[in-house]
Design a protein around this ligand. Structure first.
Ligand code: CO8
Length: 261
C-alpha cells in the first residue's frame, strides 16, 4: 500500500477483508486539506482494486471525524482558481468506489466532513458525534453535496434548517432524521463498523457492487426508471455463478462459497 502523511490505512477483520482508512491530521481536527483529500481518494481507489477487501470503513479520531474543508487553505482561493484547478475533483472521485464504504463518525463531522460521511454508503455515529453544515457562518455554502444529499435523504425542512442555521445536530437527532443508521458508544464505534463491513465482505463482491449501484440509483432518477433499473440488475444476477452458488447452497443447506463471478 502507498504511504501517506495525513491518513492511515490497514486491513481489519478476522479475514483481513475490511479496508480501514483513518483520517490522521489531529492538529487541524482532520480538516480536509487538498493533500488529505488526494491521499484519501488514492487509498479508497487502492482498496477498491484490492480483491481481498470487500468493504471499507472511513473514520477519524474521537474528537473529530473531520471539521470540514481546510479554511486556511481556502481563504484566498478565487472563483477562477477554483475553476482552473477543478476544486473538489479528488473528493468526487471517491464516489466511483464500487465497494461499500461505512463512515464511522466520532466527534465533529462539519461542512466537508459531514459531506464526506454522506458520500459514504452507511453512516454509523458515536454517541458524542456532531453533524453540521456551518459554511453559512463563514460566507459560503456547502460545496460537496451538503445541500443535495441532506435534502434527498432527510427531506427539505431538515436540509434547510441545517444548511441555513449552520447549527450542528447531535448523534441522536442525526439518527432520528435518518442521516445516520445507528449510534454506538464512542469507544465501540469503529469495531461495530468493522463488524458490519465484515458481514458485507462475506457476500459476493460482484453482487454487492450491483446492489450498491442499484440503491444509489434511487438518488439519481425517478421511481419508474429506478424500478426498471433494479429489475434489469436483478435479472442480470441470474447470469452470475454467484447466484447459482448462493441459491444452490441454500437448497443444499450449506454455506455458500462465492467466487466473485
Ligand atoms: N480548517 C482549518 N483548520 C481547522 C478547521 C478547518 N475547517 N477546523 C479546525 N481547525 C483547526 C483550528 O484552526 C485549530 O488550529 P490552531 O490550533 O492552529 O488554531 C485546531 O484545528 C483546533 O481547532 P479549535 O481550537 O477551533 O478546536 P475547538 O474544539 O475549540 O472547536 C470546532 C472545534 C467547533 C470544530 C471548530 O474548530 C470549528 O468551528 N471549525 C471549523 C468548522 C467549519 O466551519 N467547517 C466548515 C468548513 S467549510 C467547508 O467544509 C466547505 C465544504 C467544501 C467541500 C470540501 C470537501 C473537501
Amino acid at each position: 500500500a502507498p504511504s501517506f502523511e495525513f491518513i492511515l490505512t490497514e486491513k481489519k477483520g478476522e479475514k483481513g477483508n475490511v479496508g480501514l482508512i483513518t483520517l490522521n491530521r489531529p492538529k487541524a481536527l482532520n480538516a480536509l486539506c487538498d493533500k488529505l483529500v488526494s491521499e484519501l481518494s488514492q487509498a479508497v481507489d487502492h482498496f477498491d482494486n484490492d480483491d481481498s477487501v470487500g468493504a471499507l470503513v472511513i473514520t477519524g479520531s474521537e474528537k473529530a471525524f473531520a471539521a470540514g474543508a481546510d479554511i486556511k487553505e481556502m481563504q484566498c482561493q478565487t472563483f477562477s482558481s477554483n475553476v482552473k484547478k477543478g476544486l473538489l475533483k479528488d473528493f468526487e472521485k471517491i464516489r466511483e468506489c464500487k465497494k461499500p464504504i461505512i463512515a464511522a463518525v466520532n466527534g465533529f463531522a462539519l461542512g466537508g466532513g459531514n459531506e464526506l460521511a454522506m458520500l459514504c454508503d452507511i453512516i454509523y455515529a458515536g454517541d458524542k458525534a456532531k453533524f453540521g453544515q456551518p459554511e453559512i457562518n463563514i460566507g459560503t455554502i456547502p460545496g460537496a453535496g451538503g445541500t443535495q444529499r441532506i435534502a434527498r435523504s432527510c427531506g427539505k425542512s431538515k436540509a434547510m434548517e441545517i444548511c441555513l442555521t449552520g447549527s450542528p445536530i447531535n448523534a441522536q437527532e442525526a439518527e432520528s432524521m435518518g442521516l445516520v443508521s445507528k449510534v454506538f458508544p464512542a469507544d465501540k464505534l469503529v469495531e461495530e463498523a468493522i463488524k458490519t463491513a465484515e458481514k458485507i465482505s462475506s457476500h459476493s463482491p460482484l453482487i454487492v457492487a450491483l446492489c450498491k449501484e442499484s440503491v444509489n440509483t434511487a438518488f439519481e432518477t425517478t421511481l419508474t426508471e429506478g424500478l426498471r433499473y433494479e429489475k434489469k440488475i436483478f435479472y442480470a444476477t441470474f447470469a452470475t455463478e454467484d447466484q447459482k452458488e448462493g441459491m444452490g447452497a441454500f437448497v443444499e443447506k450449506r454455506k455458500p462459497s462465492f467466487k466473485n463471478n
